[in-house]
Each structure stands twice: as C-alpha cells, then as structure tokens.
Design a protein around this ligand. Structure first.
Ligand code: HEC
Ligand code: HEC
Length: 337
C-alpha cells in the first residue's frame, strides 16, 4: 500500500528525486517480497551519497588503528556478518555479542540485539565510535579531520553535503549505503506470491512445519520473518552472569530480562554462527535447541515445551530456512580515494 502511494505521487509530481525523500532502492526495482525502504527526512538518499558511504564502509582509515572498517566485521561472503562467534574490536577488546548481519537493517524498528539504538544513524554513530577505537565524539571528530585531509573524500563530501567531512555526515553517508544492503526475491517470496513450484518438496514440508508444528512463525513472521520484538528464548541463561539483553534497556519490565531482538531470518543460512552469543555454528544446532523441552525463569511461554520433531522433519525445516536465501547486494570493494 505504502509503496503504491509513493509510486503514484512520483508519477503525479514528477518529483522522484532525492529532494522528495524517495529512497534510491525504491526508485530502482526492489527484489520480490520487500516493501519500500524507509528513509529519514533528514537523510535522503542520492547516488553520490550512497557511493560515498560505500567507500567509507570499506575504509580502515575511519578507525583509530587505520586497520578496522565496517567491512571488517560485516563481510559480503559471511552473509554480511563475520562468521565468528565473537569478534575483536579495533582496540583489541572482545565483543560480548555476536555480529549480526547488516542485510535489510533498513527495515529494523530497533537496532542491536537489545534494541538500544532507535535509528540506523544512531546505531552507526555508536558502532563507529565503539567498534573502531574512536571511543567518543572527540575521537570521531579526529577521524573526520583525517578524512578531510584526503582530497578525494573532501571533494565528495563537499558535493554531497555542501561541507567537508564531519562526524554527523560520515554517519549519514554510511547509513545511506547500509540501507541499500537488502536481500529478497527468495524461493519463499516466490511461494508467498503464489508460485506453486518455488519450493522443493522438502522446503514445502518445512514451510508447513515452520508455520504450524514447529511454532517458529509465532515470533518469526511478516516479510522480514520478524516484527523486531524482544523475546526470551533462554539463550545465555545458563551463564554464571547472564547477559540481561533487553532487560538492561527496559529495566522496568521484568519480562525483558534475558530477552533479545527476534532476528530476521532472511539469508540466515549465510550468517552463522547464530544467536546473540554466537553459540550455535549451524542451523541444525539451532533447530535442535528449539526441539528439546527447556525451562528457565522468564522463558517465553510459547516455546517452553519444545517441539519434538522427527529427524526427517528437522531436515525439512532446515531446507525451508535455506529457501529464505535470496538476491544479495553487490559484494565488490569500492575504489578508495
Ligand atoms: C569489530 C567488529 C565490528 C565492526 C568494526 C563494526 N560492527 Fe557492526 N556490529 C558488530 C556487533 C558485535 C554488533 C552487535 C552488537 C550488539 O548488539 O550489542 C553489530 C551491530 C551492527 C548493526 C545492527 C544490526 C541489527 O540488526 O541491529 C549494524 C547496522 C551495524 N553493526 C553496522 C555497522 C557499521 C555501519 C559499521 C562501521 C561504522 C560497523 N557495524 C562496524 C560488530 C562490528
Ligand atoms: C518465542 C519467540 C521465538 C520462537 C517461537 C522462535 N524463535 Fe527463533 N529466535 C527468537 C529470538 C528472540 C532469537 C534471538 C535469541 C538470542 O540470540 O538470544 C531467535 C534466533 C533464531 C535464529 C538465529 C538467527 C541469527 O541470526 O542468529 C534462528 C536461525 C531462529 N531463531 C530460527 C527459529 C526457528 C527455526 C524456529 C522454530 C523452530 C524459531 N526460531 C522459533 C525468537 C523465537
């Protein structure tokens, strides 16, 4: 509906340019199954801004050491995550949570495993400082100054933002590029659009299990296979000091203790290891986890009993998860100035 509205207004006003706040990816054709990409009014997308963000995403010079870029932890060939249980930050310290994919984050309603950032811009501002050794605003200011000394960057920032690099416009360019990193057009999307031949026989059985017996769609539903709610499914509650997850952000709500954001499952076969602590290396391990009955305080009522699938059903469910693989963004590194 929303997409239709945009298209109609484009036709009527002939104002599909960035000044109308229409995103690039929406103007180009999005893969099947994806709605229009929401873009904030104060950070409209332009091809030049996206191209600048592409370079910044890959450039280690944004970090304190000169070595770490966004791309260091969000790699195209690792499903835009990093393939590690936990990864090391630019300052040498370890992350305590697994690196999630950046695919389709344009649609998120909350960022990070605990949803502590409300917008992609806020999330990226924090990631740049926290993951890349800059620590604070002063560090970000210094990094922006370093970029200003690179003529190829200075001129691009001036063209795109009417000023040289600043901590604010570096984040805006990164966010614009990150919003173009989408995946869709999967067998799942084709099946949902009515193509009876989209699934293999196993995937078809798996889709049925996902919706019914295995109860996955209680939490993983909608075009992104999530509504970005926070749920406790018991992951990490076995630790001596469990990660409170959403419980730290929303301390007033006892149900949020140990709850984490329900992740999207699009292209999930590419982005292991899984869960906020990266404990499962494979989708088979994930399915085994849900299969067994388990209990702990705060666990979501809906999944307490386990699902007790047969070995063949587990296989089918995993085949269905692979049917969520779709188109992938261009993995090519940009030419850096
Ligand atoms: C050293 C590894 C590392 C680097 C470098 C890094 N990230 Fe991440 N990224 C992570 C981890 C770990 C998380 C999850 C942290 C959490 O939830 O507490 C994350 C989360 C994210 C998310 C949120 C995804 C979601 O579903 O909520 C986005 C978006 C993101 N990073 C983009 C970026 C961008 C853009 C950069 C460069 C400015 C960057 N990251 C640099 C490791 C990294
Ligand atoms: C009660 C809600 C709920 C149900 C039901 C549920 N999930 Fe999840 N799922 C979550 C949450 C929350 C996480 C993240 C938990 C964490 O990391 O602590 C998650 C994580 C995952 C992940 C890991 C994704 C990643 O990027 O790390 C996969 C795969 C997954 N679920 C598949 C399934 C399947 C298959 C089913 C059905 C057998 C299922 N889920 C049922 C809430 C749910």
């Amino acid at each position: 509906m929303r997409r239709m509205g945009i298209r109609v207004s484009c036709l009527v006003m002939l104002l599909c340019g960035p000044s109308a706040g229409i995103s690039l990816a929406a103007a180009a054709k999005l893969p099947l199954g994806l709605p229009e990409i929401p873009t904030p009014a104060d950070n409209a997308q332009t091809p030049e801004k996206v191209a600048l963000g592409h370079q910044l995403f890959w450039d280690g010079r944004l970090s304190k050491s000169g070595q770490t870029s966004c791309h260091s932890c969000h790699l195209p060939d690792k499903g835009w995550a990093d393939g590690q249980k936990l990864s090391k930050k630019d300052d040498g310290s370890m992350n305590t949570r697994n690196t999630p994919t950046v695919l389709n984050v344009a649609y998120n309603t909350a960022y990070y495993w605990d949803g502590r950032a409300a917008t992609l811009e806020k999330q990226i501002a924090a990631a740049w400082r926290g993951q890349m050794g800059l620590k604070d605003d002063a560090g970000a200011g210094e990094a922006a100054k370093r970029l200003a000394e690179i003529p190829g960057y200075k001129s691009q920032f001036e063209k795109v933002f009417g000023e040289g690099p600043t901590p604010d416009n570096v984040v805006k360019a990164l966010a614009s590029y990150t919003r173009t990193l989408v995946t869709g057009g999967s067998r799942y999307d084709k099946a949902e659009a009515g193509d009876a031949k989209a699934y293999t026989a196993a995937q078809k059985r798996g889709a049925e299990l996902f919706k019914n017996k295995a109860k996955c769609s209680l939490c993983h539903a909608g075009f992104a296979l999530t509504a970005w709610e926070f749920k406790n499914i018991g992951i990490g509650m076995d630790q001596p000091t469990p990660d409170p997850g959403r419980g730290k952000v929303d301390a007033a709500n006892p149900a949020m203790k140990g709850a984490f954001k329900v992740p999207s499952l699009r292209a999930v076969s590419k982005s292991g290891p899984y869960m906020h602590d990266g404990r499962f290396a494979t989708l088979a391990e994930v399915v085994d986890y849900f299969d067994k009955p388990f209990d702990n305080p705060g666990l979501d009522e809906k999944i307490k009993g386990g699902i007790q699938l047969t070995a063949a059903e587990k296989k089918d469910l995993i085949e269905f998860l692979k049917a969520l693989d779709g188109t992938m963004p261009d993995p090519k590194a940009p030419k850096l100035p």
